[in-house]
Design a protein around this ligand. Structure first.
Ligand SMILES: C[S@@+](CC[C@H](N)C(=O)[O-])C[C@H]1O[C@@H](n2cnc3c(N)ncnc32)[C@H](O)[C@@H]1O
Length: 268
């Protein structure tokens, strides 16, 4: 087993340019600028709006910020945002995009499990988005530090792939038991498929108080159906309406019988 953080960091540094070419597509950014809430899963945005309220002037931290689309959205809402990631290339590209967009954002390189260099009790909201937990080997350590950087009464909101999706591959073929969480190592990455209990117990161990959970299905979206590569969606590739209807129907697409997304809200 290699150094987990180091190996994943190298992979994201190498992959960053290709990853962000489409994520930072002009049409995508324009869409978020017009309506920042569309940078979030609909159900997740509802929870942020419900529990955090107006974000103008609030201090928000986004660990493992990746494409930074949520970071840009929070900044457009008037929040004072700190974007953290382990990959220098992801941060540098996001900083350039923020400059072009006229957004003032603080970019900070840190491992999400330590959040080193971030002040204690500094943030009103910490948000982690889709595709964060899979790279992390120590969730209790992550949540201890999320708790550390939150102000008293501050909120943590996460949205990630629902762990119930993890045992299934294409056509809902079972590829592993739910209880097997990794580590999985290939040429490029080391990843984990944490269960609901691993995430929630880590939050509790970190000192966070559970507030609310949503187990969500993708909202039916004819322009951006969830399986359509983003590249095609932003290039205006249209999927026939009947095909979209078929793939959102659990009777015809069994993956729709279980939730795709897990959103959890906690408070310090
Ligand atoms: C799939 S993105 C998730 C964020 C966003 N939702 C997105 O789709 O771009 C994964 C990000 O996690 C970062 N990452 C991986 N391991 C990390 C770690 N230990 N600490 C901080 N960031 C990490 C990667 O560099 C990458 O930018």
């Amino acid at each position: 087993m290699h150094d987990i953080v180091g190996k994943n960091q190298k992979n994201w540094d190498d992959y960053s340019q290709a990853y962000l070419r489409f994520k930072h597509n002009e049409k995508m950014l324009e869409r978020i600028m017009k309506d920042p809430s569309c940078a979030f899963e609909k159900g997740t945005w509802q929870q942020i709006a419900r529990y955090a309220g107006c974000l103008k002037g609030k201090r928000v931290c986004v660990p493992s910020s990746g494409d930074n689309l949520a970071v840009f959205a929070f900044a457009w809402m008037g929040a004072e945002v700190t974007s953290c990631d382990i990959s220098e290339n992801q941060l540098t590209a996001a900083e350039k995009a923020a400059g072009r967009l006229g957004l003032f954002i603080r970019f900070h390189q840190a491992d999400t499990m330590t959040l080193a260099g971030l002040e204690d009790e500094a943030f009103d909201l910490v948000y982690t988005s889709n595709g964060v937990h899979v790279w992390l080997n120590d969730l209790p350590k992550m949540y201890k530090n999320v708790h550390r950087i939150l102000k008293k009464g501050g909120l943590y909101v996460m949205c990630d792939v629902h762990p119930f999706q993890r045992p299934f591959g294409d056509a809902m073929k079972v590829v592993k038991p739910y209880t097997e969480v990794g580590p999985y190592e290939d040429e490029y990455n080391i990843t984990f498929t944490w269960r609901v209990q691993d995430i929630m117990n880590a939050m509790a161990e970190g000192g966070l108080r559970f507030v609310h959970m949503e187990e969500m299905h993708d909202e039916k979206d004819y322009d951006y159906p969830f399986w359509l590569p983003l590249e095609d969606a932003v290039n205006g590739v249209k999927v026939p309406k009947e095909e979209v209807d078929r793939l959102y129907d659990w009777r015809q697409n069994p993956t729709m019988a279980i939730p795709q997304w897990l959103c959890i809200v906690c408070e310090k």
